[in-house]
Design a protein around this ligand. Structure first.
Ligand SMILES: [Cu+2]
Length: 264
């Protein structure tokens, strides 16, 4: 049986897969000997549960000082991408208005190590639409399902580039396709991209507990149900890096903080 028996479309897809270097499609497979596994399972297993009678609240706002760059228009020439877009598409790396920074991933970096949290049953979805990831920044808990959806009538591949989890690279050639993924170790944040459309970029923050948030246009975040204790709160941003602050939350307390980045 020669190549003549293989449908042309299949040959084309195979060639594209080869072209973008899809040599290792790990999918959801995990290696127990990986750095990621040893990172997560080191130390005593958390056993404490949060007592709602004493839990409090940490809230705040993420700021950007200085002059924020004006988002530039992305030059997307591929007709298949443009077909799914309703207008011009802008570079979303820095979104800030009135000093409030959007798309910052905020989370409790340390202080909750002794507490055990259930893995949410709900999935987090990243859609590939018009050759853009929507949303650009997401957060999941360790082992929570992250689902990539392809809403475009063309092929994307999803390549994750973690340092504390196993990397993956898989193709999504058809419209409506869904592919799930989990991460077994905390990591803020995992870069995700498509080799076919290099401007496609998203980041996934993976945290061992539910106290994380992605800021909206108001730059605000709030964590409710936090047990009393001493914490480090960190804000991460894909361009500006990290900012953190320590605080102590009393029983039934409420703490407000600001974390500020400076525009370069
Ligand atoms: Cu793509």
């Amino acid at each position: 049986m020669g190549t003549a028996a293989i449908p042309k479309r299949l040959v084309a897809v195979s060639c594209l897969l080869f072209a973008v270097g899809l040599t290792a499609c790990n999918g959801d497979k995990r290696s127990s000997s990986s750095t990621a596994a040893s990172t997560r399972h080191s130390g005593p297993a958390p056993t404490q549960s949060v007592d709602s009678a004493t839990a409090g609240r940490i809230s705040g706002v993420i700021l950007l000082s200085g002059t924020a760059p004006v988002p530039t228009k992305l030059a997307i020439g591929e007709p298949g991408c443009k077909a799914a877009q309703s207008g011009p598409v802008y570079d979303e790396r820095v979104l800030a208005k009135g000093g409030k920074l959007q798309n910052s991933f905020v989370y409790i970096r340390s202080g909750l190590e002794a507490y055990a949290f259930d893995t949410p049953k709900s999935e987090v979805v990243i859609d590939q639409k018009g050759c853009i990831y929507k949303p650009r920044i997401v957060g999941v808990q360790v082992d929570q399902t992250l689902t990539f959806v392809n809403s475009d009538s063309l092929m994307h591949n999803v390549r994750t580039s973690p340092t504390q989890n196993d990397s993956t690279n898989f193709a999504m050639p058809t419209r409506g396709q869904r592919r799930t993924q989990t991460f077994e170790s905390p990591e803020v944040a995992i870069k995700t991209g498509c080799d076919v459309h290099p401007w496609m970029r998203s980041y996934v923050g993976v945290v061992a507990h539910p106290h994380f948030a992605v800021t909206g246009a108001d730059g605000a975040f709030a964590f409710n149900g936090v047990p009393p204790g001493s914490y480090v709160i960190e804000a991460w941003h894909e361009v500006y890096g990290r900012q953190s602050k320590k605080l102590t939350l009393k029983a039934k307390g409420s703490q407000q903080i600001e974390l500020s980045f400076t525009a370069k």
